[in-house]
Design a protein around this ligand. Structure first.
Ligand code: AMP
Length: 550
């Protein structure tokens, strides 16, 4: 009920995770329309990139949440205009895509939050009203096109033709932006031909609705622009964005959290001169807040939570203090919060890290989002947060988020399936997100016992790559199969003794205690990564796509 006071709320309502509410969510998904979580009808499910038992989480939502999302979007341009005036006089070239959607047994749509928004009347209304935020070079038809390839080509063609009007470029996440620019680098000859002739290549863009929308943007043959573009594309140089879109003032992509691995690649395309702007922080559960100082450096980004989006509470976490129990891995997977009091938004302390807990209008009560935030400052009295990490996630290339347990299960199964029959076994492993190529891919470093057997059967390790992929969650497999946003998984077999050498390094160089030493399940660029690579015996890739169904 709405009259419950705060103290009773805090006393009576338990703090939950997805697993706790899953039975209720499953009931709604299978057609129970009684007010289980929320007094208002659940209008659809938003499919989160977080997973439960290998499948996407389903987040309930209600119609009025779209108003709240629109409200947050409506704040972004006024904030930007404080720093870069007159953005309303031009357009944004944003690469926006919808993803596949399905229906629950009860007939409610289940789709990603942005797909829901782009298909909403709110988005259509904003575009029709020439709202400056949605003043994109891409016609809505190109955004709603289900075929990523056609969609990307069409959006690029429009962005090229309208290049003088473009004041900002972007995508939601850095990975998507890089893919689009890479696509441009690989397809510029066709694009330039279309610019030259004022046509839309019918071999690439077949959807008649999309063709019509794009042809309205093209205003006839433009050989001058085509000559210019061909010249710029032939130059093998950095800064393709400012060279082609010379009025562009910034690149709008999220590069906080896991996406920070893409900063060098984005800077390459931006020529180092264009600021990277992380404008907002949001999720399928609800939208959270925005960056009030958007031109700051990516590593200084602070998000200000907007208190009308949800009721926010904060679970203090200490990632570096050892727990009394077995939890010695230094991360934040401490579920023993029974004694700990949750803190309100007005009570968070500068410098402290918290796990975000939300109570949403759509029926999630005291729900742990799984993000760890640190208070980095205040705007007047509003706390501002650094995004620290997503709990437990070890690998991420695009919207996939693979946690340590999922990786462990997939690796163990693959080893049992493919190494054990040959009398070999996996001694140790770790992982790395390789993002220097497009698309990025997962790399596993495997130390194999009785490796001689393996060398004789060269397909063993590549089949193991595929077996790992088959064992990873559906978001990963969708990235491989449907979006092609993740490349084939790679296993690099390392010499025996490699992981002992890494332990010695951790103990002598980094002062780790030998009793508590645990092999890191994921490594970043640095000395350990170098040690691994210098001991690689052979490298193998997944030979085929894993199975995936929407
Ligand atoms: P999803 O539910 O699939 O939309 O994913 C939401 C999650 O994406 C959040 O809980 C964060 O972990 C991550 N995320 C969203 N926005 C940002 C951001 N601005 N910076 C870092 N991570 C973000």
């Amino acid at each position: 009920g709405s009259n419950v006071d705060k103290a009773s709320f805090k006393k009576l309502i338990p703090v939950v995770t997805y697993e706790d509410v899953k039975p209720d969510i499953d009931r709604i998904a299978s057609g129970d329309t009684s007010p289980i979580l929320c007094s208002q009808p659940i209008s659809e499910f938003l499919t989160s990139s977080g997973t439960s038992a290998g499948e996407r989480k389903l987040m309930p939502t209600i119609d009025e949440e779209l108003d709240r999302k629109s409200h947050l979007y409506s704040l972004i341009m006024p904030v930007m205009n404080q720093f870069l005036p007159n953005l309303q006089n031009g357009k944004g070239m944003y690469f926006l895509f919808v993803k596949s959607e399905s229906k629950t047994p009860s007939g409610l749509p289940a789709r990603p939050v942005l797909t829901s928004y782009y298909k909403s009347r709110h988005f259509a209304r904003a575009r029709a009203a020439n709202d400056p935020y949605t003043n994109y070079t891409s016609p809505t038809e190109t955004i709603l096109c289900n075929d990523t390839h056609q969609s990307m080509y069409s959006q690029l063609l429009c962005g090229l033709v309208l290049r003088h009007e473009v004041l900002r470029v972007g995508a939601v996440f850095a990975s998507g932006f890089i893919r689009a620019i890479k696509f441009f680098e690989n397809n510029w000859t066709s694009l330039c031909k279309d610019v030259r002739n004022g046509t839309v290549d019918h071999r690439i863009v077949t959807d008649p609705v999309v063709r019509l929308a794009v042809s309205r943007v093209l205003v006839g043959p433009n050989p001058g622009l085509a000559d210019f573009l061909e010249r710029e594309c032939r130059r093998d140089d950095t800064g393709i964005i400012p060279r082609v879109w010379s009025n562009c003032k910034y690149i709008d992509v999220i590069v906080t959290g896991a996406m920070s691995q893409y900063i060098p690649a984005i800077d390459h395309y931006g020529g180092g001169s264009l600021p990277l702007v992380c404008s907002m922080y949001a999720s399928s559960e609800c939208y959270f807040g925005l960056n009030l100082n958007p031109l700051c450096n990516p590593d200084e980004v602070l998000y200000t939570l907007v208190p009308t989006m949800a009721y926010f509470e904060f679970l203090p976490v200490d990632r570096f203090v050892e727990k009394a129990d077995h939890d010695d891995d230094g991360d934040c997977d401490d579920d023993n919060y029974g004694e700990i009091k949750l803190v309100d938004l007005v009570d968070v302390k500068l410098g402290q890290e918290y796990e975000l807990v939300v109570t949403t209008y759509a029926g999630l009560y005291r729900y742990r989002v799984g993000d760890v935030l640190r208070v980095g400052g205040f705007k007047n009295k509003a706390p501002q947060f650094t995004f620290v990490c997503r709990k437990n996630v070890v690998l991420s290339i695009d919207s996939d988020k693979t946690d340590e347990v999922e990786l462990q299960t997939a690796v163990t199964r693959a080893a049992v399936q493919h190494l054990a029959p040959l009398g070999a076994s996996l001694v140790e492993y770790t992982s790395y997100a390789e993002t220097s190529n497009v698309p990025g891919h997962y790399v596993l470093f495997w130390e194999i016992d009785n490796g001689v057997m393996i060398e004789r059967s060269s397909s063993t390790v590549s089949e193991s790559c595929l077996a790992v992929e088959e064992g990873l969650n559906s978001v990963y497999r969708q990235g491989r199969v449907w979006d092609s946003s993740i490349g084939p998984l790679e296993i690099r077999v390392v010499e025996s003794g490699t992981f002992d050498a890494i332990m010695d390094h951790a103990v002598t160089e980094l002062g780790a205690s030998i009793n508590q030493y645990k092999t890191p399940r994921c490594v970043k660029r640095g000395p350990i990564f170098e040690m691994l690579n210098s001991r690689v015996v052979s490298s193998h890739f997944s030979p085929r796509l894993p199975k995936w169904a929407p």
